[in-house]
Design a protein around this ligand. Structure first.
Ligand code: NAP
Length: 433
């Protein structure tokens, strides 16, 4: 009997799950259902446009998609075109790999002002994610505050200060390139509520900040300890030591020869976004770190800025009334199992942490569980889904269709760039007609 599995979401955890199932079950059919016509989730919509090498992992996902047991149903929206409950009745097992698409709120006054954009929206905007094409952030400002000390914060800071030449060989959205490179922006402030040792940057990303053409990192040597102290795993200790070394090498780089600056401001917790309807500044409370936690000192200071971009982590979106753990931002699950024949993997299972490769473990794990726990029956699977979508006049996009969209984007690439991304679903679908 054929094992029919539907996977919702075409990011890394979706593809790793599909791959693990197809490698381990001879008689299976695995379908990935994706809201956008384009596959690959955060690899396309989240990874920084200037990190082309990271995106090469899509070659492995394409190999997975080319297996005969696989089908892709792009442009199919859960809740609108089909429900989780319906998939559960059509497939032996359903796996949600829908990631964490929402920004965690900061929870401070002023967060509703014009000019506050969470990282999911801002990164989506410069990566041509169709949901954020119309974001139109007003970059007519000299200063931007990025909140958070993770890799997303550092990606945003870097993309904002790189020159057109530095971004020429990237797939930065055309609308974002036009706005960023016309902006009078000179200063990006990156605020960490804890110190340099607690920052979550990985070292490659941090080091890049010292190698930018027209932007210098600014760092207060008084905030840098002589050495890393504290209880860390060997691996974490190494990253922190390398980061401290990089930060020390940044001291003095801002010698006035570069017109832009990225300020690393530690021990600063945002407490209020200032201004009228629009952002005019940010108030921060100075902190100290006690037992690993940021503790306010009561002393505040203000900076002027026209945009505030919180990059403080993501959370999952509710789907089909499934129980969501609001605090963790995940669908409530028991090691990947939600209920009946429904499973989760990736960020919606364990929260938005780790590298792309971390999702491989998740995919392998959920595949193993399904193989052990689910007995294939004679459910309609792919044929049932295709019939339902046809009946509802849904224009599903196949993997071959995606290859056509891909080819059209590559053909439209400006000189030296890998592609020119379509920024709307209508454009993507029109390229197929
Ligand atoms: P992250 O690494 O968890 O960083 C979130 C940052 O926001 C932390 O510095 C955190 O500070 C801070 N923060 C959280 N709540 C805050 C609040 N209320 N006020 C002020 N600051 C707050 O998350 P991320 O940057 O979104 O990245 C998500 C995952 O994707 C990570 O695993 C990351 O490494 C990965 N990623 C990797 C790359 C890459 O490899 N190039 C690129 C992008 C993303 P505390 O530490 O004090 O909580």
């Amino acid at each position: 009997m054929t094992l029919n599995v539907a996977i919702v979401g075409s990011g890394p955890s979706g593809f790793y799950t599909a791959d693990a199932l197809m490698k381990n079950v001879e008689d299976c059919r695995v379908d990935i259902i994706e809201r956008l016509p384009t596959p690959f989730g955060l690899i396309r919509g989240g990874v920084a446009p200037d990190h082309a090498k990271t995106k090469n992992v899509t070659r492995a996902y394409t190999k997975t998609a080319e297996r005969p047991q696989f089908a892709y149903f792009g442009n199919v929206e859960m809740g609108r075109d089909v429900s989780v409950a319906e998939l559960k009745t059509m497939y032996d097992a359903v796996v949600l790999t829908i990631g964490s698409p929402l920004d965690r709120p900061l929870g401070i006054p002023g967060e509703d002002k014009i000019g506050v954009f969470g990282a999911a929206a801002f990164v989506g905007w410069y990566n041509a994610h169709p949901d954020f094409t119309e974001l139109n952030p007003d970059l007519n400002t000299g200063a931007v505050a990025v909140i958070g000390n993770g890799n997303v914060a550092i990606d945003i800071a870097r993309v904002l200060v790189k020159t057109p030449a530095e971004m020429a060989a990237t797939d930065l959205a055309a609308h974002a390139g036009a706005a960023i490179h016309a902006s009078p922006l000179t200063d990006v402030y990156m605020f960490g509520r804890r110190g340099p040792i607690e920052a979550k940057f990985t070292n490659v990303e941090l080091r890049e900040m010292g190698e930018l053409e027209i932007a210098a990192p600014v760092i207060d040597p008084g905030q840098l300890p002589d050495e890393v102290t504290g209880e860390f795993s060997d691996r974490d200790l190494r990253v922190r030591e390398r980061n401290l070394e990089s930060m020390k090498s940044f001291v003095g780089l801002d010698d006035g020869t570069k017109p832009k600056r990225v300020h690393f401001s530690f021990y600063s917790n945002p407490v209020e976004i200032l201004g009228g309807d629009r952002v005019e500044g940010l108030r921060l409370e100075r902190t100290k770190v006690e037992d690993g936690r940021a503790v306010g000192t009561g002393e505040t200071y203000d900076i002027e800025c026209g945009l505030v971009l919180p990059a403080v982590g993501y959370r999952g979106a509710p789907m089909d009334d499934l129980p969501v753990d609001e605090w963790a931002g995940v669908i409530t699950n028991d090691d990947g199992h939600v209920e009946d024949n429904l499973y989760v993997a990736g960020w919606i299972k364990r929260g938005p942490t780790g590298t792309i490769g971390t999702n491989k473990h998740d995919g392998d794990h959920v595949a193993k569980r399904i193989i052990a726990e689910i007995t294939p029956s004679d459910l309609p699977g792919r044929d049932g889904l295709a019939a339902l979508l046809a009946e509802r006049n849904v224009r599903a996009v196949s993997f071959d269709d995606w290859k056509k969209i891909d080819a059209a984007e590559i053909a439209a690439a400006p000189e030296g760039a890998p592609r020119c991304k379509f920024a709307t679903i209508a454009e993507m679908l029109a390229s197929l007609d």
